[in-house]
Design a protein around this ligand. Sequence first.
Ligand SMILES: C[S@@+](CC[C@H](N)C(=O)[O-])C[C@H]1O[C@@H](n2cnc3c(N)ncnc32)[C@H](O)[C@@H]1O
Length: 271
Amino acid sequence: MIKRILDIFYKTRTYYGDDFDWSNYTKRSYYRRLINNVQDQYHTTPQLGEVIFDDEQKKVINRGVPLHPNQLLLLEAIGILSPESVHEAGCGAGDHLASISIVYPHVQCAGGDRARSQLDLALSRHPNLSGSLGLQDITMPYSRRWPRSELVYTQAVVMHIHTAVSHFVALSNLARMTKKYLLLIENFQSHNFVSDINNLFGNGHFANWDELHMHRLDASSGSKALIVSKMPLDLPKIHNDRQLREHSCRSVRRLKKANIDSDNGTFGYSY
Ligand SMILES: C[S@@+](CC[C@H](N)C(=O)[O-])C[C@H]1O[C@@H](n2cnc3c(N)ncnc32)[C@H](O)[C@@H]1O
């Protein structure tokens, strides 16, 4: 009973600020959600050969157990972009990385998370990820020790970062970690992703990027993602946040917070 009350208090406390207390997140929130909200409806990883990418139709075909629409979106994105290496920032329980290594065994997989308890959970669920995971806080100053990959992606990570200018730091770090593409599967009302990324790139915060191209990926599973790329892709272009938020149920609270966070940014060097 006391634990239940504490859980309710924990959720209420984090509701408006959003940034979780990542040190006790696994025990107090993540694991419960994984079991109750994900695993009761979906399998978290496919079996070998159940999911294949159809190169002609540019979509994944799932002949096996139901997978979460975002999981299928990620697998479809990898089929379309065909990277040699991927890195998941904020990899949590490691289910996405484990799925990628089953469907695309030739792709080199790595993941980072700022919570050791999350990495422990990932390794307990997927021992084959041993040696591919590391502690990493993407709101820290960039580290040359972070692995670089052709595709860097996040799922439900940047949307939770709202402390001061941390989400700008995270986006700039993710851009620097990638050799080709940054894939964001986030709640696109939580931040003004498109205008924030345009401001970061336009004012020199994307190190080693000469060009910026943003595309929307509408997966066959119904989920959508933002692909930020160093080169143009044969996908619908995204010029503003409105395009990215089409068909989403409007959240006044999130949009207000997104604008407050955007206003925190001081870009480039000017007077
Ligand atoms: C909602 S969970 C999503 C986990 C996983 N991406 C998934 O889709 O199942 C958010 C994850 O991001 C991690 N995280 C939050 N802030 C982070 C940061 N600054 N750097 C790295 N990881 C972070 C948390 O520890 C947590 O594992």
